[in-house]
Design a protein around this ligand. Structure first.
Ligand SMILES: Nc1ncnc2c1ncn2[C@@H]1O[C@H](COP(=O)(O)OP(=O)(O)OP(=O)(O)O)[C@@H](O)[C@H]1O
Length: 524
């Protein structure tokens, strides 16, 4: 009784020493590792685990880095963080063990190494309920991981082949010829073309026709990822670089695409700081995950795409010239739908079939008048806009044949209604169309609304978005029309600017520029 010290610090020290002695003597085995993660000592008891770990004797084991000789150990983590792991289950080729890991500190409190103890070497017999629970959780985790991996590999398969690029016009045939040619090479491909011209479709098709077809195709839409997350998204995060969800680290898209193809959509939206890093990966085929100073080799073919004028961006200093030339090795320009209006008929046929199949609906056809009306449109949103228009018309009509009125259009083969003494074009009943758009676009000889906004059904929504009095001058009218189209796109996408930009067939950067002109919309 008298031997127990009176002051609290001394009591604690005594308790720690006793606990250490008890643990060390009752443990099945113990080891000490220094700050450089090297094993410096093992207890007599520990020696019996050596054969199961693949070592004949102590001399082969002591002196080696602990992570090399004990698979799945967390001793290095304890040394690096200074935090103990009092109780843990360690499973490796030698079996499952109940273990404890404590940091060892020097006189100044600095971590000088760690002690690891095997408390129980057959916990499955002595701690059955806990082990059963652990085994169940482990099995569930393994199954979830398996499902996730299967899902990811399904998603990473190519969705399209070159024959899926519909079109027999000279321009479409040339695109397919170039796609087949670049599929045989391994250099970077740059797909250039307006929004909705099929750049993503073609990227999938090129991958599917290349020698990398059996490997993953991984896509990143640069405009859709917040700038602060892009670097981690591309290059990954090293374990321990962050706390929380990223603690274990994660692979970046380059790593996930290893052996396969990385599709970089909207490359023109790449922030300048990342452009330099991307250039390095393209040149060296190696990268450094965030928070790591190790270089990782990757074998990735890049297909980049943009609807922006990259050359003009280079001239304005917004895009690095060296990266541009690196990407521009095998450029393919995708024609707009205006340049290949003769393909509209075959596109309509394929798209209508696809819409019916996906929706489990009865097939519909297009009347000759509707085809004439669709062919006369400029389609600034290209094939995507055409598909949207067909989908809306499909759902709007009960008839098996789609007519111009289902698209809010008139047959361009007919004389203008005003010539027949009927109402002027802007007053033609076009159910659910944007009133101002109809008027302005009719004035321009284009009987449609804004890109990707072919049919609008909510008249109250439209009315709310249009001004009470229409401005008189053409610039003022154009500005009002633009403002209304943006307001409507934001309304429909519930304020999602990326989606709104797509709907409007403009880049995200252009949408931001325009929002600066209409601050009342930006704050909405
Ligand atoms: N030639 C084509 N044949 C068949 N479908 C096409 C063709 N071109 C585009 N599409 C279809 O049009 C839609 C838009 O195509 P895609 O996403 O490939 O365009 P994009 O050029 O990548 O657009 P964005 O620049 O906006 O990302 C998709 O549904 C795609 O399947």
């Amino acid at each position: 009784m008298n031997d127990i010290p009176q002051d609290a610090d001394a009591v604690l020290r005594l308790a720690a020493q006793s606990m250490f002695d008890v643990l060390a003597s009752t443990a099945q085995g113990a080891m000490v590792v220094n700050r450089a993660h090297r094993v410096v000592w093992i207890s007599e008891g520990y020696k019996r685990f050596l054969p199961a770990l693949g070592f004949r004797d102590e001399s082969e084991f002591v002196g080696r880095r602990v992570e090399e000789v004990v698979p799945n150990t967390l001793m290095a983590q304890v040394i690096d963080t200074g935090q103990p792991i009092l109780v843990d289950l360690l499973t490796n080729k030698a079996g499952t063990f109940l273990v404890s890991r404590l940091p060892l500190r020097g006189p100044g409190g600095e971590v000088i190494g760690a002690m690891g103890m095997v408390l129980l070497d057959h916990p499955e017999t002595t701690m059955q309920p806990l082990m059963n629970k652990f085994a169940c959780l482990q099995a569930e985790l393994d199954e979830t991981r398996r499902q996730l991996a299967a899902e990811q590999s399904r998603n990473r398969r190519s969705k399209h082949r070159i024959i899926d690029f519909v079109g027999a016009s000279a321009a479409a045939v040339e695109v397919k010829r170039q796609a087949r040619r670049v599929a045989q090479a391994d250099a970077t491909v740059l797909l250039l073309g307006e929004t909705g011209t099929g750049k993503e479709l073609l990227a999938h098709a090129i991958h599917a026709a290349s020698r990398r077809a059996g490997k993953p195709l991984v896509s990143v839409n640069i405009a859709a990822v917040p700038e602060t997350l892009l670097e981690a998204e591309f290059f990954g995060v090293a374990p321990g670089a962050y706390t929380g969800a990223e603690r274990k680290g994660r692979d970046g898209k380059f790593r996930l695409a290893d052996g396969g193809t990385l599709f970089l959509d909207e490359i023109g939206d790449m922030p300048p700081a990342l452009q330099a890093k991307l250039l390095r990966v393209l040149q060296e085929q190696e990268l450094e995950p965030l928070g790591s100073n190790e270089v990782v080799k990757v074998d990735v073919r890049v297909i980049a795409a943009t609807s922006r004028d990259l050359e003009a961006m280079v001239r304005r200093g917004e895009f690095r010239a060296d990266l541009f030339y690196r990407l521009h090795v095998l450029p393919i320009r995708l024609p707009s739908l205006r340049e290949r209006a003769e393909d509209i008929e075959s596109l309509v046929e394929v798209l209508l079939e696809d819409i019916a199949r996906r929706g489990g609906l009865a097939p519909k056809t297009l009347s000759a008048a509707a085809l004439r009306a669709l062919t006369a449109r400029p389609w600034p949103g290209n094939v995507r806009e055409l598909r949207n228009a067909l989908e809306q018309a499909f759902l709007m009509s009960d008839e098996a044949q789609l007519e111009p009125r289902h698209f809010g259009l008139r047959d361009p083969g007919l004389p203008m209604p005003c010539a027949l003494g009927a109402e002027p074009p802007h007053a033609i009943a076009m159910p659910g169309r944007l009133a101002g758009a109809t008027e302005a676009t009719a004035a321009l000889g284009w009987p449609g609304s804004g890109p990707d906004l072919p049919v609008l059904h909510d008249r109250t929504e439209d009315a709310a978005l249009m001004p009470a009095s229409t401005p008189a001058t053409l610039p003022a009218r154009k500005a009002e029309l633009e403002r209304a189209a943006i307001a409507q796109a934001l309304h429909r996408t519930k304020g999602n600017r990326m989606a709104a930009a797509r709907l409007l067939a403009i880049s995200r950067a252009t949408l931001y520029e325009k929002l600066a002109k209409y601050p009342e919309l930006a704050s909405g």
